[in-house]
Design a protein around this ligand. Structure first.
Ligand code: UD1
Length: 343
């Protein structure tokens, strides 16, 4: 019997890649998604890749009644991976209540049904944003958390606390928070990838859209940071590598291998890459000279952060396999596939 895994936000960017990996590892993912930032057709594309069409339930997790009804009908779920959340940093500053309501209520309702229906395992999408600007780099899981610089970031910190407290109070629930650094790229089939609404906030979709001619030029937010080339540094990891970490985390929970009821892992490559280096990588893999200009700093940006992923390497037996160029190439292939209306 295949184990059923509830994947919230499973048609989204990281959710869809994880759903593919779950299917390939013999699990039966069941998706709940309100399609706020994704499309139902994603499950057909997952079917093209894997041969299996995952079940999709379209509703909002903040609708507690629907969630309850869903779980009554699906009482054999082994574990939950919770991706569904708003994630635009800038938007969260303007719409804090929407962010707190959506990101926190959905989590609370999920934990509630886990408690009441005896679902023992949760993997949570967290972010390196919880570290703020760390004093020491590369950053380890033990680094002190800093006050969040956006409501979005705060929902990740509060979300982690809610989960930790729940695992303390209810020993039947075990959870793992995965702190992602900067996921980029797409599935090598180019059938699924990142599909931002409107103008992208994140660097790589903006890069590929500019390369394709949809945006006139990329704005590089600042070249006066205390970094070798003056632009900000991040740790960009391939979304497929990231997706595989979720399957490992799920197995760890299901097989009872967690060291404590609540665990946290950094997921990154361990390598810092500047914005200007990311542009060079895009130019290398696409053969396109990218139009960009240096502009002022973006409010709230952190100067530099990259992961120390040793704990995940050792404990999960996980590490990133793709290089920056490989990941960037899949992002570019996806952009072309999508824009050429091949999908
Ligand atoms: C941010 C959040 C992260 C969140 C992610 C999801 C923080 C500190 N980080 O990541 O937690 O999970 O968004 O959306 O809150 N850049 C440009 N030009 C652009 C776009 C970006 O120069 O048009 C630069 C940024 O200044 C930054 C780098 O590219 O240095 C990466 O930016 P981005 O892709 O937006 O990710 P983060 O801000 O690192």
């Amino acid at each position: 019997m295949k184990k059923k895994i509830l994947v919230t936000g499973g048609t989204g960017y990281i959710g869809s890649h994880t759903t593919v990996e779950l299917i390939e590892e013999g699990f039966e993912p069941i998706i709940i998604d309100n399609l706020y930032n994704s499309e139902a057709v994603v499950v057909d594309r997952i079917q093209k890749i894997t041969g299996v069409k995952p079940h999709l339930e379209i509703f909002d997790l903040c609708d507690q009644e629907k969630l309850d009804r869903f779980i009554q009908k699906n009482n054999d779920i082994s574990a939950v991976i919770h991706f569904a959340a708003y994630k635009a940093v800038g938007e969260s500053v303007n719409k804090p209540l929407e962010y707190y309501r959506n990101n926190l209520l959905s989590l609370i309702y999920l934990l509630d049904i886990m408690k009441h229906h005896g679902i023992p395992s949760l993997v949570f999408s967290s972010s390196c944003t919880v570290y703020g600007q760390p004093e020491k780099l590369p950053v380890t899981e033990n680094a002190p958390l800093q006050p969040a610089t956006s409501p979005y970031g705060n929902t990740k910190q509060i979300g982690e606390s809610i989960i930790r407290d729940t695992t303390v109070s209810d020993k039947n629930i075990k959870a793992i928070s995965l702190r992602y650094f900067n996921p980029i790229g797409a599935h090598p089939s180019a059938l699924i990838g990142e599909l931002p609404r409107g103008i992208p906030e994140n660097l790589v979709p903006f890069l590929t859209q500019t390369g394709y001619g949809i945006r006139e030029e990329l704005k590089v937010f600042g070249n006066d940071y205390n970094t070798p080339d003056g632009s900000c540094i991040r740790d960009y990891l391939h979304v497929v590598d990231l997706a595989k970490a979720h399957v490992i985390a799920i197995k760890r929970l299901i097989e009872g291998k967690s060291k404590t009821n609540y665990e946290v892992f950094n997921l990154g490559t361990g390598k810092g890459v500047s914005v200007l280096e990311a542009i060079k990588s895009f130019e290398r893999v696409s053969g396109i000279k990218l139009k960009y200009k240096i502009v002022g700093r973006r409010a709230g940006d952190i100067e530099k952060i990259w992961a120390n992923p040793s704990y995940a390497n050792k404990e999960l037996g996980w590490k990133t396999l793709s290089s920056l160029d490989e990941a960037m190439k899949t992002a570019w292939d996806w952009e072309k596939m999508f824009r050429n209306n091949k999908l």
